[in-house]
Structures are given as structure tokens and as C-alpha cells.
Design a protein. Structure first.
Lengths: 240, 240
DNA sequence: GAGTGGTCTAGACCACGGT
DNA sequence: CCGTGGTCTAGACCACTCC
């Protein structure tokens, strides 16, 4: 894997920023200087800078230059290093932590009007309906309620659900997860939460609702992840 | 304000997508066709497409084309139309809703070690410490706990806090809010929440922790927004 | 092999910030 | 006014998808 020009510029600049090499001036060198230093085009330099801005490390001001955003040990945890969220990411990917998964129900259903309203799947199509409890260090911290379009993700079974559905989708079915859209809410705990989660005194849950799309633009999944308070953090970056 | 080339392409394509003009093929025209249609360069066309991808409307696949993501009335609420979050945005901007703000405390403090650890402000600098309750339709839905660096945002007072601090910062102090970084959590309710929020039966709150930077890269604000369950939604888009 | 988006270059002009 | 990033063009080659 040859490193692309802009990637090499990006990683070099990122390393320097994190090492504090530019922090006195609170500025990046101007584009022309970076072009000269890396012997690259303006396109490559600007693409690298855009990526640094996506990371929340710099901010470009027309007429002034590329400004470094202050960062301290305390503000590190606001950065999006781990993708977009710190806690729950592992659940939908391959990452292994110290956790266990219990499949509490696995059924195949046909989407009716109610389920269609909730999941946005068409009425009449078959889906896998799965409930799984995620235990972190023995504590029941998350319940995942999944609906997978069975036409787009055939062959899921309870054994796969216990291990990793995403591993199966990506490695066996060769499905590419293109985009995931999410809504985050805080909900009052319901029956399913009280039954399956170690809420302690708390009577609310976080609710991360995700819909996922493959690279043909089709939505193949609707998932609600209910999680206990005080354990998970989500990061966000807003630019003007 | 003259519309830029890429903006005109972007809005035209966005309108067409939302009107369903491309939905049969589930594809955008190829770049060369868009270049011909809009008599623009590849740069402008690609920048417009990137913006559509930022909106979660399309996804580009090398060798295949630009794919439309399925969207239904149900999935509209997953889109980031309102910036990045549906509910609380109004609080930190100028938007007027049917809400009232009560300033429950307004003090000037010097940052000590504890506050520095929390807010990332340097020990010894003066800050405005503000607590405000936001009432929506008479319901105490949010408590904002702000700390503003008084050196960077001088002149804030209780009257400004009651109206709009951001309006004051932007219009009077001419401060540009460049970047806001956020963490979202679900916390067990504490004293301050029980005291000031209409939690009903719930004993948890959502906690949106924000740090904001001006266009010189300086962090001028640390804010915790505690909000009641079941009322607010945050949207997120993750791309691979 | 043909078609398509991704990367890259060289160059021009514009808009904004600061002196 | 000068310096800077933002927009825009024209063109080339590469990497991937699909037939």
C-alpha cells in the first residue's frame, strides 16, 4: 500500500501538531511553504489541511492562515480519534473488548405497518429481528435491538449474532457499509430495558438509533442500542 | 451575494434528488455529464457532490458512480438538515422558540485547579460562571452551566445572559465562533438537576458538554447543557 | 477493455485580513 | 497595499467496477 501524497502530508503535519511543533505561533505554515516543503501541489496540501480540520485540529481563515485550535490534556477527550464515538463503536465493528454478547431472541419476521413506520423497511419484506445484551465486565450495559433486511443480508443466524454480524456481512457477504445515520436520545426506561439492563437506581437509558446503508444506497439495517447511563460518551464536531 | 458555481450545482442537484428526479436509477449522472450540463469544471462538480455526501444524500463509489442513498419520510428525521442536532441548537444560537430563560446565577470567578481540570481553562484566569434554566412551553427542560473566559469575552452580564450571549459575542464583540467540540453523555441526575429541571419520574439527564473556539484558535467557552429525557434528539452521520 | 471516480499537477483570479 | 486562503479551470494518470 503506497501512501498517497496528501496522506503523507497529513500524517506528517498531524504528528507535528500533536508534538507541539507549531504551537508557539498557533499557526500552520502558509500553503505555499507547505507546497515547497513537500514538493507537492496545492491540491494535495489543501486536502491534507482539510483532513486536519475534520479532526478538529486546525481551522482555516481566508486572508489570515491556518490556525491551530488550542488543545490540552483535558480537551483531548473531545477529539474524534476513535471514529465518532468513544464507547459504543466496538459494538458494531470487529473490536474485541472485555465483553460478552447474549442473544436473547432471534426471529425472522415479515414487516408490517407498525414495523415499517419504525424501521423504514417496506411492508412485506422479511427481516431478521434480533435482541442482544452486551455485558462489559459482567455488567449488562447495552441491549441491541436489530432489524436486518433479509433480502440484503441473507444467512444471518443466532450463532453469527452471538459472534459478530458485521464481521459476517463484511467478510462473508462482502457487503460494504457505506453510510450510517444516527439519532441519539435519552429515553425513560421501558420494560425491555428494566428486564435486560443493569440500570441500578437509574430509570432512563441512552438510545442510539442507527440506520445503515450499503454501497448501492440500500438501507439494510435498523438498530436501536439502549445503553445504561454514566458509561458511554459520544463526540461531535461542529464547524462554521 | 453572487452564488458560487459549486453552490449553484449543489442546490440544483439537491433539489432534484429531493424531488425524486434521480430515484429510479438510484444514481447521479456521471461527472462528465454534469460538467457538460453545468458548463463547469470537474472541481466545481466534485465539490458539489462532496457537499451532497456531507448531507447524507449520496455516496461515491470509485469505478461505479455516485449512488443515491434511499430516503423515505421515516428516514428524513435522520438527516442533518438543522445543522447537527434537532433540539438544542436553538439554545446556542439566535433562533427564537417558545421558550424563556431564567438566569439562576451569575458570578465572576477565578479558575482554580478543580475548575481548570473540568473546563481546560488555565488556572488563575477570570471567568463568567452562569447557570440558566431554559423553559419550553413552561417546562424547565434544560439547565445550561456556562464558563466564559472573561479575557476573551469581556462585558457579559446578567442581562445579556437572559437574552442571548451568543448574539452579544457575535454582534457586539465581533467574535467568530469557529469550531465547537462536544461530548454527549447520559448522567444520573444530581442535585442541580433535581432542583432546576422538571424531570418528572425520571432520575437521569442528557449532558451535552461543549467547548467553543474563536477564529484565532482560542477556547473561550466551556458549557454543560443538562436536558430532560424524551425531548431532544441529536443526529450523526458516519461515512466509510 | 470500457467506464467511472480518486488523486495529482500547474496555473489563474477572487475575497478577505491586516498593515 | 500585500499576504493569505477560497474558488475555478484544464488536463493527466491511476484504481476500481462491471461486462
Amino acid at each position: 500500500m503506497v501512501e498517497k501524497t496528501f496522506e503523507s502530508i497529513y500524517t506528517t503535519l498531524k504528528d507535528r501538531i500533536l508534538a507541539g511543533k507549531y504551537s508557539i505561533k498557533m499557526r500552520l505554515p502558509i500553503e505555499d511553504d507547505l507546497i515547497a516543503e513537500f514538493e507537492a501541489s496545492r491540491y494535495a496540501v489543501r486536502k491534507a489541511i482539510r483532513q486536519l480540520a475534520d479532526d478538529g485540529l486546525v481551522y482555516s481563515v481566508k486572508g489570515r492562515g491556518v490556525v491551530l485550535l488550542e488543545h490540552t490534556p483535558q480537551t483531548q477527550k473531545f477529539n474524534l480519534n476513535l471514529g465518532q464515538l468513544a464507547g459504543i463503536k466496538a459494538l458494531n465493528t470487529d473490536k474485541t473488548l472485555d465483553y460478552r454478547t447474549d442473544v436473547v431472541s432471534f426471529t425472522q419476521e415479515i414487516v408490517d405497518a407498525d414495523l415499517s413506520t419504525k424501521t423504514a423497511f417496506e411492508i412485506g419484506i422479511p427481516v431478521y429481528a434480533i435482541k442482544r445484551v452486551r455485558l462489559f465486565n459482567g455488567k449488562r450495559a447495552v441491549i441491541d435491538i436489530n432489524y436486518f433486511n433479509a433480502q440484503l443480508t441473507p444467512g444471518i443466524n443466532a450463532e453469527i449474532a452471538r459472534k459478530s454480524i458485521y464481521h459476517y456481512l463484511q467478510h462473508d457477504l462482502k457487503i460494504k457499509i457505506a453510510v450510517v445515520k444516527r439519532m441519539l436520545r435519552v429515553d425513560s426506561a421501558e420494560m425491555v430495558d428494566l428486564k435486560y439492563l443493569d440500570l441500578g437506581q437509574n430509570n432512563c437509558v441512552g438510545n442510539m438509533i442507527s440506520i445503515a446503508f450499503n454501497d448501492t444506497g440500500r438501507q439494510f439495517e435498523y438498530t436501536e442500542s439502549h445503553f445504561i447511563p454514566n458509561e458511554f460518551v459520544f463526540n461531535q464536531l461542529i464547524r462554521n
